[in-house]
Design a binder for this molecule. Sequence first.
Ligand SMILES: Nc1ncnc2c1ncn2[C@@H]1O[C@H](COP(=O)(O)OP(=O)(O)OP(=O)(O)O)[C@@H](O)[C@H]1O
Ligand SMILES: [Mg+2]
Length: 279
Amino acid sequence: MDDRRPSSLAATATEGAAGEPMVRLRDVSKVYGSLRRHGADVEALKPLDLDIATGEFVTIVGPSGCGKSTLLSLIAGLLPPTTGEIDIGGRPVVGPYTDLGIVFQKDLLLAWRTILDNVLIQAEVRGLDRRRMAARAGELLNLVGLSGFEEFLPHELSGGMRQRVAICRALLHNPPLLLMDEPFAALDAITRDQLTLDFQRFWQRDRRTVVFITHNLIEAVFLGDRVIVMTPRPGSIAEILAIDLARPRNLAVRDTPDFARYTRRIHDIFIETGILKAE
Ligand SMILES: Nc1ncnc2c1ncn2[C@@H]1O[C@H](COP(=O)(O)OP(=O)(O)OP(=O)(O)O)[C@@H](O)[C@H]1O
Ligand SMILES: [Mg+2]
C-alpha cells in the first residue's frame, strides 16, 4: 500500500459528538439458545461494558470460543444482544448496521467475478452508483498495490493479494468503522507481517475506527492503541492494555523490552484466567 492519498478516500465519519465514544456497549451479553431438544443454551458473553473512541484502533485477543466473533456480530447488529445496549455514533443499533465495513478471516471473494467486480459487490448490494464506485474501487486497489489486477479472477491472486481485495471491498462505501475478524489468520508469516505493516500505514492515513480480532498477541500489540484481553467462555473483558508505543511502528519494535512487557502481561493474564498452564 503506498502513501498517495486520493482526497475522496478521507473518512466521512458519522462520529459521535465531541467526547462521545464512537461505539458504546453497556451491559451487553449473549446467550445462544439451543436449537436441539433438551440442548443446553450457550452463554457466549457475560455482560460487558466497552467504549471505543473515534479513530481508535482496538484489538481483541482471547481463546477460541470466548465470544470474539459474537462481539463483532453484536456491534454490527447482525445478532441481537441478550441483554444490554449498543450505540454507534450516539444511535442505538437495532438491526444490521450498514455504515461499517467488515473483513473476515476468509476473503470470501466470488470465484467467477473479476477483482474489480468483487470490490463492486459492495456498491451493488447498497444500490450505489456503479460508475462512481468503479472509480473509487480503482483508487482503493491502486492504494493497496493491486492496480493492473482489476480484470483478474481471484484464483490468479495470492492469499495476501486476495485479502487486500477483501479490505478494499469493505472500504468501498467509505465507512467510518471497520470490523475485522482475524483477517490475516490464513496467511503465511511473511505475508502477514507485510500486510500488518501496510495496514498500519493505511490506517494512519485517515484513522478510521477499527476493531480487529486476532489470536496473535504480537499482532494485537503491534496494531492496537488498546488491546482487549478476554477470558475463556463465557467471555468477559479480563483486562484492557493501553499500548504506548510511537507510530508508525516498525517490525523491530517487536524486539524491544517495552513491547515484550505488553506481551508478557497478556501471557500472565492468560495464565491467571486458566487459558495457559504455567509449568
Ligand atoms: N450461531 C451460534 N449458535 C449457537 N452457538 C454459537 C453460535 N455462534 C457461536 N456460538 C457459540 O458461542 C461461543 C462463542 O463463539 P465465537 O464464535 O464468538 O467465539 P470466538 O471467540 O470468535 O472463537 P474463535 O477464536 O474460535 O473464532 C462458542 O461456544 C460457540 O459455540
Ligand atoms: Mg471467531
